[in-house]
Design a binder for this molecule. Structure first.
Ligand code: HAM
Length: 425
């Protein structure tokens, strides 16, 4: 009797494995999110999965949930304090500064990235401790057209996947000239409310986040709270109007959301979120904004910048929620079934030749029975099975079986590669 081996190890809490066939959707989503960036002047950047913890503390913000509660931190044997990256913006800016990309006289520096991020969050559907983002950053230019460009590129990426039920929320958080006065006004208003101790503490550290409190008891009291939009300085107002009108001219609908506050502290002026209505509470499929002060916060020169990150996991969930089936290229087009030792050798060579011609081909390995091998052929999703037995070998032919129609034809062995390639192209 054979005993099935069951591993006692499980993927860590809040994580999941990507396995075929679903993993193909993931790859396709990553590709689709990145495609519009590639043709818009963004170059690929890759940074380490961990950074000096101080980079995120200073960049993302000491008072944010990400930094206070959600970072995976570690001390190396050499004594370095590191953190698994909870987001990409601080790392990408650090890398651009370190390599002096901003000094090459070619601003903005436009970069895109794709990878894994880690946050110690309370796991639920759409919220994981390990997740994937595709991101883009345009570094070193204060131009509202860049903000609009990025929003359009994300919009087009989602549309190219077939998504429909998403909305764009847009806000401006002002800048270092107008936000301090607004912050003070908001604090004064909030101090007069009936709030619990934690929230009262938040008023002093990060009052804008209170606007984002989801609890009904808090939201009720926020009617009449001062809004940033009524406190924007002339420069911020003009900038924001330009972003809005560029989007409108491009025919992209958005909703002004004066309460949109993001979970990272580096934002100035433009902030936006892409929300999907089929996802429940974790509805943000992507988000971003301008971060004109971040470079200086991490020790660089003034480099006004804007960017976004789109969540790959949530985009896949959004596709499922809308019932969108991605059209993916077949993983296997031809499945080869050899019968006998000599056939196996010939088939190995034929499969190699097919692959070199660009055909996705696979072979029944492990000396399995014909019946078993045909099962694999059917399961592989291949259009054709290529059969080779002893009698075929003696006659110098192989059999093509069309797995859709069941029709079988005999083809001379030296024509197999050419004919199959022609049939499939
Ligand atoms: P973020 O809003 O924190 O922004 O994350 C962007 C997207 O990543 C979210 O909209 C969501 O789809 C996905 N995401 C975040 N956390 C999780 C999670 N725990 N599980 C699954 N998906 C998640 C940023 O990260 C900024 N760096 C964006 C940016 C770039 N701003 C300027 N440049």
């Amino acid at each position: 009797m054979t005993r099935r081996f069951v591993s006692t190890f499980k993927a860590p809490k809040g994580t999941y494995d990507l396995l075929p066939p679903e993993s193909a959707d993931f790859l396709a989503v990553r590709e689709a999110l990145a495609r519009p960036l590639r043709r818009s002047g963004y170059g690929y950047v890759e940074t380490p999965g961990f950074e000096n913890v101080e980079l995120f503390a200073r960049g993302v913000g000491e008072s944010t949930d990400i930094v206070t509660k959600e970072m995976y931190t570690l001390t190396t044997k050499g004594g370095d304090e590191l953190a698994l990256r909870p987001e990409g913006t601080a790392s990408v800016l650090r890398a651009a500064l370190e390599a002096n990309l901003h000094k090459a006289g070619n601003l903005p520096v436009k970069l895109w990235y794709s990878g894994s991020y880690y946050r110690y969050e309370r796991p639920q559907k759409g919220r994981y401790r390990h997740f994937s983002q595709v991101g883009a950053e345009a570094i070193g230019a204060e131009d509202p057209a860049l903000d609009a460009e990025l929003i359009l590129l994300a919009h087009d990426a989602y549309r190219s996947l077939g998504l429909r039920d998403f909305r764009i929320l847009l806000n401006s958080l002002g800048d270092k000239r107008c936000r301090p006065a607004y912050r003070a006004a908001l604090q004064e208003f909030l101090r007069g409310l009936d709030l619990d101790e934690d929230t009262r503490a938040r008023i002093e550290i990060n009052p804008l986040r209170v606007l984002d409190d989801k609890r009904e008891s808090v939201q009720r009291q926020l009617t009449g709270a001062p809004m940033m939009r009524d406190h924007l300085c002339e420069e911020c107002k003009t900038f924001h109007e330009e972003v809005r009108s560029l989007l409108t001219d491009a025919g992209v609908a958005f909703e002004d959301d004066p309460r949109l506050v993001r979970g990272l502290d580096y934002y100035t002026r433009t902030t936006f979120e892409f929300v999907h209505d089929g996802l429940g509470s974790q509805s943000a499929v992507g988000g971003g904004g301008r971060y004109d002060g971040l470079s200086e916060m991490i020790g660089g020169p003034a480099l006004p910048s804007v960017g976004w990150a789109l969540g790959v996991d949530r985009t896949v969930l959004a596709l499922r929620a809308e019932g969108v089936e991605l059209e993916l290229p077949a993983a296997t087009e031809v499945f080869a079934v050899p019968i006998g030792e000599e056939a196996r050798r010939r088939m190995f060579a034929l499969v190699t030749a097919l692959r070199r011609e660009g055909v996705a081909a696979d072979l029944a390995y492990g000396g399995r029975s014909m019946k078993n091998a045909m099962k694999s052929a059917n399961r592989s999703g291949a259009r054709y099975a290529l059969l080779l037995g002893e009698r075929d070998l003696a006659e110098g032919v192989a059999q093509f079986k069309d797995l859709h129609s069941g029709e079988q034809t005999s083809v001379s062995l030296d024509r197999v590669v050419a004919e199959l390639t022609a049939k499939l192209r």
